[in-house]
Design a protein around this ligand. Structure first.
Ligand code: CTP
Ligand code: MG
Length: 219
């Protein structure tokens, strides 16, 4: 679980994973839901390097976790966490702490699809806005066919050897792990995503998530 980001787009304050939603840090929400998934047997959190001990203390009452220092980019944080996952773990799910309300059922669905034989599985939602391609001057070049587009979430699930190979081969930077697997030429499959798995990026997302907390958990 990469959780080492600063949260620049959220505005000044603590590292994003430690900011509060309904009185609890985003990371507590995320770990609680991950730990509630029966398939999850080990959780590794990549924390801001200065906060490793504090994060361990914060999460100890929530679930057993291993905490490592994250890196400069998300990809580095995932790599640092992956490095402490034992070799006998066959399936790894990579989950952004910022998607702190992703339900346990989504972890199960992703894990089950990997268990059924897919090497790489991502939750995805249809795109609802009309999408335009623009030039550097914001002039519209055209309208993209959104029926073939998906907005992608986490947890993303992988056979562990495939994820390790993808990280070892990654020369450039990627915003998700499936992107590295695609680069290796391996198939990535989608399962239905969840509105609850939205990523807390800007202040408006915190407002939406605060409301989601008042709703019954998704089925
Ligand atoms: N992340 C990480 N290590 C980094 C950067 C990001 O572990 N060096 C994690 C974040 O903590 C988050 C996830 O990757 O859980 C997705 O990143 P993002 O939403 O971009 O979070 P931040 O990088 O914290 O936000 P911003 O880009 O606005 O600073
Ligand atoms: Mg970021």
């Amino acid at each position: 679980m990469p959780a080492a980001g600063a949260g620049v787009r959220l505005g000044p304050g603590a590292p994003k994973a430690l900011r509060l939603l309904g009185g609890e840090p985003l990371l507590v929400h995320a770990v609680r839901r991950a730990a509630a998934a029966p398939s999850v047997r080990m959780i590794v959190v990549a924390a801001p390097p200065a906060d490793v001990d504090a994060v361990h203390a914060l999460l100890a009452p929530v679930a057993p976790v291993t905490v490592v220092a994250g890196g400069a980019e998300r990809q580095d944080s995932v790599a640092a966490a992956l490095a402490v996952v034992p070799d006998d773990v066959g399936i790894v799910l990579v989950h952004d702490a910022a998607r702190c309300l992703a339900p346990a059922e989504l972890f199960e669905q992703v894990a089950a699809t990997v268990r059924d034989g897919a090497g790489a599985v991502i939750p995805a939602l249809p795109v609802t806005d009309t999408i335009k391609e623009v030039d550097p001057g914001e002039r519209v070049l055209g309208t993209v066919d959104r029926s073939v587009l998906r907005a992608v979430q986490t947890p993303q699930g992988f056979s562990a050897p495939l994820l390790r190979a993808a990280h070892a081969a990654a020369a450039d930077s990627h915003t998700d792990d499936a992107g590295m697997v695609e680069k290796l030429g391996h198939r990535v499959v989608c399962v239905p995503g969840s509105d609850f798995a939205l990523k807390i990026t800007r202040p408006i997302d915190l407002a939406v998530a605060t409301h989601l907390l008042t709703l019954p958990p998704p089925a």
